[in-house]
Design a protein around this ligand. Structure first.
Ligand code: IPE
Ligand code: IPE
Ligand code: MG
Length: 237
């Protein structure tokens, strides 16, 4: 399928779900599904580049995912560190700028160091902005936003009467990015799972039964093609 010609979303957000099921179907340990899932990220980043999408946010690890068995969590953290180390040269080559949102200080030290290194190394790129959501929770983000606003009030920088939607948006992790236009969730689940609660208010949703490790460029193009047929109304007529 060719890339659609118009109405390309500026910002695509993806809930990359189904790694565990992908592994289970093959009688493999869950971590094998996560490894295959990391490979799927590559095609997706490339597809976004082909379509000239400006922002891609990937839900890689939720604030709630810390509740998983310790062995799985640790394996995921090691995978993240390895992925960043291995893929940074490719991000540089593809002019991708890496960013991250979430409670990043919750990540193991080695992960944080590699993450910041990759972010710094790609900071000068001006192609796709790839945003990884790590230890990310939408409710926590809103709480952090409220705390940050209160701090500014205490400092006397702002008055509470000045708080509006636009100002609050500037106190979220996503303050530098536009809201997502298209949300994709793989593996068929019809829920948000605490992802970008504030930012998804008027985002178009696309759910596919495909499991994340099987999600390829063609699937991304199909989602964008469907998006281009949608009529967005934002509460109007
Ligand atoms: C998504 O796949 C990856 C993460 C949440 C880290 P899952 O691990 O949730 O896979 P399923 O939902 O169990 O199939
Ligand atoms: C959402 O998937 C989080 C990520 C994809 C990182 P989960 O598998 O954690 O969500 P639930 O538990 O099905 O809602
Ligand atoms: Mg899941």
């Amino acid at each position: 399928m060719a890339a659609p010609a118009q109405a390309i979303p500026r910002h695509v957000a993806i809930i990359m779900d189904g790694n565990g099921r992908w592994a289970k179907e093959r009688g493999l340990p869950r971590i094998k599904g996560h490894e295959q899932g990391a490979q799927a990220v590559r095609a997706c980043v490339e597809g976004c580049g082909d379509l000239r999408i400006e922002y891609l946010t990937l839900y890689a690890f939720s604030a709630e995912n810390w509740q998983r068995p310790r062995a799985e969590v640790m394996a995921l953290m090691r995978l993240l560190e390895r992925f960043l180390k291995e893929k940074t040269p490719e991000l540089l080559e593809k002019n991708v700028r890496l960013q991250a949102i979430g409670r990043l200080t919750d990540l193991p030290g080695a992960c944080q160091r590699q993450l910041h290194k990759s972010i710094e190394q790609t900071a000068g790129n001006n192609g796709l902005t790839l945003i990884l959501a790590l230890s990310y929770g939408g409710r926590l983000e809103i709480i952090d936003g409220i705390k940050s606003l209160l701090h500014e009030i205490e400092l006397g920088h702002i008055d509470r009467a000045m708080i509006d939607v636009e100002m609050f948006s500037k106190h979220l992790y996503t303050r530098y990015y536009p809201d997502p236009d298209l949300l994709i969730r793989t593996s068929g689940e019809m829920r948000i799972s605490n992802f970008l609660l504030w930012q998804l208010s008027y985002t178009e949703m696309y759910v596919t039964p495909k499991l994340w490790p099987d999600f390829g460029k063609e699937d991304l193009f199909a989602a964008v093609e469907e998006f281009s047929q949608r009529q967005r109304r934002y509460g109007g007529v």
